[in-house]
Structures are given as structure tokens and as C-alpha cells.
Design a protein around this ligand. Sequence first.
Ligand code: SF4
Ligand code: SF4
Length: 339
Amino acid sequence: MSVERLKIPEPISGGIILSYRCNSRCKHCMYACSPRWKGDWMSEEDAGRIIEILARKLSKAPPGLIGVNYGVHLTGGEPFLNFELLLKATKMAEEAGLPFTFVETNCFWCRDDRTTREMFSELKAAGLDGVLISVNPFLVEYVPFERIKRAVRIAEEVFGGNVMVYQRLFYELFDRIGLKGTLSFEEYLRRIGRSSLAYMELLPMGRAVYKLAHLFKGYPASKFFGLSCRRELIRDWHIHIDNYCNFIPGYCGGISLGDARELDKLCSEGIDLEEMPILKHLLTDLEGLYRLAADLGYEEREEGYISKCHLCLDIRRYLVRRGSFPELKPIEFYEHLDD
Ligand code: SF4
Ligand code: SF4
């Protein structure tokens, strides 16, 4: 395939980020969500258009795929901050015939049984198939564990087997130690120990590379030279579309392959890489990206980089302030990494 024009495969699963706004600002958040985002939500018109496109594309996906990385999930940020939109998007997904739709939540809103049951039941009646409940050491810094427990109990009543607790291991751990309320990450490390993080499916990208870098070994930039992200950038599963309709490859927050409302065109005609130099380098060799940034004054971090995503993000964060790069979107993502 020519590197000058990139063809994007038709997605078979994905997430719709209704907003980057979240009540939490987890240290590991791949999309740098937080309460400090100005709180733009996807318009109903865009939601309808995106859902209609995904319904068409996903009808070609292999049947029976249900899980964290399959179907379509409505997410954020925290989607329950705008229950009205979440409910409308669910109804639209049902009407469009999306094969499996679930919502991802951090459960901050599960303050009492009655409201929790009512909201889950309303979504179920509107056509929602399941729920993914997040549990991890970073989230319980913000959300009291009792609310997460309540959400799991009531979601299982309402949705039966279609409740994914991610990661179950941390749910059981917090349950076992009788956690009440929230737990700071420092306290978590003191009580549970750092070795437990080995069990966490922690992707060293997004906010994590700044907030958690001290937990990992840093390497010089040259360690990642010769690597490309072709596999991550052009995969057909678990893509994301944000509230600005950016088509985000995989988990690569802050990178847009184009306007998802034009997904048919993106898939059939591809995108012109001449207009997207950062993307072009990422598809070939990270060294090229490093050289491009160095020519514009970027200096290697003395502390090194914990992963190739760290190097990639640190460079993008530098470049976004020094030029106009259409593939670096949304710009606000880069402003909220330190939140
Ligand atoms: S990881 Fe989830 S709960 Fe935490 S800040 Fe990001 S979107 Fe919010
Ligand atoms: S290095 Fe950049 S493009 Fe590659 S997977 Fe990580 S964030 Fe995505």
C-alpha cells in the first residue's frame, strides 16, 4: 500500500465518546477526560448520523462478538453526566439496529438503589443491551466503592449476564479489603502494594505517561526508533468517534483520521497523508516523527520515555502548539493531560 494515501478499513466495533467531560480525572485516562473540559456534548444530529453509519458498517461484522472490545459502546468522559443524550443515543442505536450496544460508566451517579435501578431500567427499555462498569485503582480515587458495588448488583438484576466489570480482579480486591468511600492512589500503593499493578491492563498512553511515568523505567527516544504504528492506526476493531466527530484510531487519544460523518469516503478513498505529516511518520517510523519535531526545537526528555506512546504523545503535545496539523484533534486533549 502506498504511504501517500491511507485507506481505512471498515470498523467492526467501536465507541462513541459523547463528551470528554468526566466527574473524575483518572491518572490513567487515555482520553485525558476531566471535569475541566468545557463540556461539549455530541449533538443529537451527529449522534444519529454516526449511529446510522456504524449500523451499516457493523452489520458486516462477525456475529456473536460481545465484550469490552466488541459491539458499540456509548462512553465518554462519563456518559451519565448527560442522561438525556445517553437515552436518546440508545434509542437511536436500537432503531438503527446496532447489533450490541452497551454503556461504559464509572458509577459516580449510583447514589441510591432507586435511582440506579430506574436509570438502568430506562436504558434497558430503550434498547441498551449491557453495561461495562469500570473498576480500578485510579477510579476509586474519585468514586466511592459503595456506588460501584451498587451499580454492579443492580446492573446484574436489570441486564443479567450482559454486565462487564472491568477489571473484575480489582472489584474483588476492593471488596475483600472492605473498602468504603474513596482511596487515594498513594494509599492504594501503601495498603495493596505496587506489585498488584502488574495485573492491571494499563496502557502506557494518554494521561498515564505523565501521571504514572515515575512507576516505570524510562528509555531514550532511540529505543523506539524503527517502530511504526501501522497496526494500531489501521485496525477495524475498537475505533472511537468523539463528540466532535473525530475518527480516532484505536486508543490513540488526540489523533484524528478525519471526520467520521464522512466515514464512507474515508474508507473508500482513504486520506491524503501529504496533508498529515505526523500520521505519515507514525505509519512508517517513529524516528521520522522525532526528527521532524527536533527540527522544530523539540528536546528529548532527560527522564526518558516509558513507551512508544509516551514518545509519540510528548512530541505531539509539543507540535500541536507549533503548527497546524489536521491529524491532531481535538486540540483540547493536549491541554487536559495534566488535569
Ligand atoms: S478513565 Fe473513565 S472515569 Fe476516569 S477520567 Fe477517564 S473517562 Fe473518566
Ligand atoms: S505511538 Fe502514538 S500512534 Fe502509536 S499506538 Fe501509541 S499513541 Fe497511537
